[in-house]
Design a protein around this ligand. Structure first.
Ligand code: C5P
Length: 243
């Protein structure tokens, strides 16, 4: 089945500091969202990209995508042979993804969901996820082993207070998950209809349905741009790629 990608890009990105919505901030002069859209369009399998824009920014996002899709105006990996749609987003990431899914034409049987905040995901990672869905998995998550040991704590009610440790999960069994996460469309739509809990990724909604979710290797360069230091790292990665 044809593959579409939904990019939730409606977040404000407060942890990055004051300024434009996160997806519209520039990396080496190009908005993060454009990098992310190109990364998905670089996969031959992806034929439609649905961008979920900030609710009051859909027109701006549309003209941004149009500008970067102009032939001759962009390097390889442009949006030239990939269609895109822009829809306004919602208050939460989940709502934004749902609005993106609602806009998908019926022929797309496989859906990727990719954070605009992961602008540098390599095309090989995108293709690995798609391949696993094509091989029969209903939900596929790219992920990496952790460098840090992780502790579960009883969160402090006042900032700055020491927090009691509750547990230390075995690090070797933990994975840090990235995007694009890939889904059989029907499964993801069902998850969005039935699961209303507050979750931080799409795969966990599918887990709540009791469906099997599998992990494939992620990539260091698929990291999420969240804090100011991440912008420095992202620009360094881009500079290295140009060599
Ligand atoms: O906040 P977080 O970094 O988890 O956001 C992940 C992605 O979800 C970002 O690309 C952000 O733009 C998107 N998002 C959204 N709608 C919201 C909140 C976040 O599309 N209301």
């Amino acid at each position: 089945p044809p593959v579409a990608a939904v990019i939730p890009a409606a977040g404000r990105g407060v942890r990055l500091g004051p300024g434009a919505p996160k997806a519209l901030r520039a990396l080496n002069g190009t908005p993060m969202l454009i990098h992310a859209a190109r990364a998905l369009a670089a996969s031959r399998a992806v034929s439609l990209v649905v961008v979920v824009a900030p609710p009051d920014g859909a027109a701006e996002v549309k003209s941004l995508l149009d500008a970067h899709a102009l032939p001759g105006g962009t390097p390889s990996g442009s949006l030239g042979r990939t269609d895109f749609l822009v829809v306004p987003g919602g208050d939460t990431r989940q709502e934004s993804v749902r609005l993106g899914l609602d806009a998908l034409p019926p022929e797309y049987g496989i859906v990727l969901v990719h954070d605009a905040a992961r602008p540098l995901v390599p095309v090989d990672t995108v293709d690995t996820v798609i391949e696993a869905v094509r091989d029969g998995a209903r939900a596929v998550v790219p992920a990496l082993p952790l460098a840090d040991t992780v502790k579960e704590v009883e969160p402090a009610t006042e900032p700055g207070t020491p927090e009691p440790v509750v547990a230390t999960p075995v690090r070797a069994r933990l994975r840090a998950v990235q995007t694009p996460q890939g889904f059989d469309r029907e499964t993801l739509v069902r998850a969005h209809e039935k699961v209303t809990d507050d979750v931080t990724d799409d795969a966990s909604m599918v887990e709540r349905l009791g469906e099997r979710v599998v992990v494939v290797p992620g990539h260091e360069e698929a990291f999420k741009v969240t804090r100011p230091l991440d912008l420095v790292l992202a620009e360094a990665v881009l500079a290295r790629r140009r060599l």
